[in-house]
Write a protein of this length. Structure first.
Length: 70
């Protein structure tokens, strides 16, 4: 996470380009380091791709429902 690339394309830019190429408007990760890396990559791209932790996705899916699961 803290090592800078000296040659070639930055890994966060490469991974975010790969994720954005799918056409997804959100990317979810389970790793806090990946969250930071992809969020930085999205900001560098200047796009609207949302980078979320998997817990955020679960919380959203539960709050969008119409009550408790049966």
């Amino acid at each position: 996470m803290w090592m800078e690339e000296r040659i070639g394309k930055r890994i966060n830019a490469e991974r975010m380009d790969e994720a954005a190429s799918t056409g997804a408007d959100a990317v979810s990760v389970a790793c806090p380091y990946c969250l930071i890396m992809l969020d930085d990559g999205a900001r560098d791209r200047g796009d609207d791709t949302e980078v979320l932790d998997i817990a955020q996705v679960v919380r959203r899916s539960l709050s969008e429902g119409s009550g408790p699961p049966q």
